[in-house]
Design a protein around this ligand. Structure first.
Ligand SMILES: C[S@@+](CC[C@H](N)C(=O)[O-])C[C@H]1O[C@@H](n2cnc3c(N)ncnc32)[C@H](O)[C@@H]1O
Length: 211
């Protein structure tokens, strides 16, 4: 696991605050980030979640889509980066945007039906974040985490070398262990379906439920 703590969180926050304006480029979104977000929305719809948080929401594309497409009772977007949150706030007034780390979520115990996270889990203190996901979910709550592997994106890997060396991309088995150690039952785990031209990007979605 990556060494973690204030330092990694500081580096990550600074990087994404600077990178925020580039992040919404339509090709980057459509080819790299959207496929996992589509699958997360399908999972939320099937579960019937009404109180949902997107953790490490970035510029808020997924949380805003959840608001538009699922019309939940409560939708939150949580991130540590001021730059990303600034763009998120401009994107949608329907989402309650909150600043905070995945390892210390700004929610009461059992406050949510579902927690989702895409393309950010490699930055987290993973056991701590999974315990937080479990804490904030009601019994029968859903966690859906999609992971992406930066080493298979050479250009992005170079741009983010200080981040990717500190970050850790868990294997499928490690994800299952992280979920079960935090108290989740695994419901599903699968590769994210991608368009042909981005099939080289390695994506995994793991879905768990609280007892
Ligand atoms: C690649 S972006 C992904 C954004 C969004 N989830 C998506 O799929 O488009 C990674 C985001 O993770 C956030 N992040 C990284 N580590 C975090 C942590 N420990 N807690 C909260 N946010 C974090 C960064 O600030 C950044 O906005």
């Amino acid at each position: 696991m990556a060494t973690h703590g204030r330092n990694l969180n500081d580096v990550v926050t600074r990087f994404w605050t600077i990178a925020a304006p580039l992040y919404d480029h339509p090709s980057l979104q459509q080819w790299v980030y959207r496929p996992a977000q589509d699958e997360v929305i399908d999972e939320l719809r099937a579960h019937g979640a009404r109180r949902i948080a997107d953790i490490a929401c970035g510029t808020g594309i997924l949380a805003a889509r959840i608001a538009d497409e699922l019309a939940p009772d409560e939708i939150y977007g949580v991130d540590m980066s001021d730059g990303m949150l600034r763009q998120a706030r401009a994107r949608s007034p329907q989402v309650d945007w909150r600043k905070g780390p995945a390892e210390q979520l700004p929610f009461d115990d059992g406050a949510l039906d579902a927690v989702v996270s895409t393309s950010a889990f490699h930055f987290f203190d993973q056991p701590k974040a999974m315990r937080e996901f479990h804490r904030v979910l009601r019994p029968g709550g859903l966690a859906a985490v999609a992971t992406i592997s930066p080493p298979q994106l050479p250009l992005l890997g170079r741009l983010t070398s200080s981040l990717s060396s500190a970050a850790h991309n868990p294997s499928a088995q490690e994800m299952r262990t992280l979920f079960t150690d935090a108290g989740f039952t695994i419901v599903d785990q699968r590769r994210v379906d991608r368009p042909l031209w981005t099939k080289g990007v390695w994506d995994l979605i793991t879905i768990g439920e609280t007892a």
